[in-house]
Ligand binder design. Structure first.
Ligand code: NAI
Length: 300
């Protein structure tokens, strides 16, 4: 296997001042990429802000002989995304790789989930990915090359108590990817999603201490590096990884039950419920058109 390197490549990693993003930025730079290290520098819930986090990672990269520049914009702002892409192009000439990684948490059970907890989480994760991806994608499309990684999460894919806001945002990113991979296909812009599990400040009080110790972010980094390398020809994949295990998650459909060419009754749905929900003969749908064709085949 040829070594995966990033010589001549330019990457933007959002939220790269700590946790997972820091390890992505450092490893990309070690393998030759020029990296724009973005971090707003706030606390875990998104409040505050400082330049120190991004600056420290840039210092680390430079000490290792790599090339990097710091950016302190918030992904939650449209101008933040535009500034980041502009700065990367001005400093390094282009953008080949975007890792949408910045994130915050504002957990509460749903009865207490007020807008001050819901809106900022959606704003940073989902709108934040839009804010940076839009200018980056336009540029990548012109260059005929791009690798975009969305950071989803087990909460979005599978659910978690107290995280309706975060889960909605995180699965929203999978929906974002599903359509962007179709729009990017002819420009060689591949978009994939990652659901990491790692010990960071985001998870320190969520995971039991003995589990937390085994989950170094360094286990996640090789998977991300592969996803944003030229070697990766996949697009639209959701990859779950942590502590050395790498898996694919996917939305699949079963054969279902065709209830007839005339509209049916709720009783008939109830009668067939077990068969309708049975997870066997699962298949992927290559876009919504494939799903429509699947439905209409009963009329062929
Ligand atoms: P972290 O809190 O260490 O890193 C997130 C970084 O994003 C922080 O450095 C923070 O300053 C930055 N950030 C927050 N808001 C920002 C904004 N508006 N603009 C720019 N930067 C901003 O947490 P961690 O764990 O490294 O998280 C990275 C990503 O992975 C997040 O998207 C998170 O939701 C996701 N994730 C992490 C999991 C884990 O087990 N650690 C599990 C599932 C998903």
């Amino acid at each position: 296997m040829e070594k995966i390197d990033f010589k001549g490549r330019v990457a933007i990693v959002t939220g790269a001042g700590g946790g997972l993003g820091r390890t992505y930025a450092i490893e990309l730079a070690k393998r030759g990429a020029k990296v724009l290290v973005n971090d707003f520098g706030g606390s875990r819930d998104g409040s505050g802000g400082s330049s120190a986090m991004a600056d420290n990672v840039v210092k680390e990269i430079k000490a290792l002989g790599g090339e990097a520049a710091a950016n302190y914009d918030g992904v939650h702002l449209k101008e933040g995304g535009e500034n980041m892409v502009r700065q990367a192009i001005q400093a390094f000439g282009k953008v080949d790789i975007l890792i949408n990684n910045a994130g915050i948490l504002r957990d509460k059970s749903f009865t207490k989930m007020e807008e001050d907890l819901w809106d900022p989480v959606l704003q940073v994760h989902l709108k934040g990915a839009y804010n940076v991806t839009k200018p980056a994608f336009l540029h990548m499309r012109e260059n005929g090359y791009g690798r975009i990684v969305m950071t989803t999460s087990g909460t979005g894919l599978f659910g978690n108590f107290g995280q309706t806001n975060y889960g909605a945002a995180k699965l929203g990113l999978v929906g974002f990817m599903n359509s962007l991979r179709i729009e990017g296909a002819k420009y060689n812009v591949k978009t994939n999603a990652l659901a990491p599990v790692a010990a960071t400040r985001l998870t320190e009080d969520i995971m039991p201490p003995d589990v937390y110790k085994k989950l170094s972010p360094e286990f996640v980094t090789p998977v991300v590096l592969y996803l944003c390398s030229e070697a990766c020809q996949a697009s639209g994949m959701t990859v779950c990884t942590g502590a050395g295990l790498v898996q694919r998650a996917s939305i699949l459909v079963n054969d279902g039950v065709f209830l007839g060419k005339d509209p049916t009754t709720p009783e008939k749905v109830a009668e067939n419920w077990a068969k309708i929900t049975e997870l066997s003969n699962l298949k992927e749908m290559d876009g919504v058109m494939a799903q429509s064709i699947e439905i209409m085949k009963h009329y062929a």
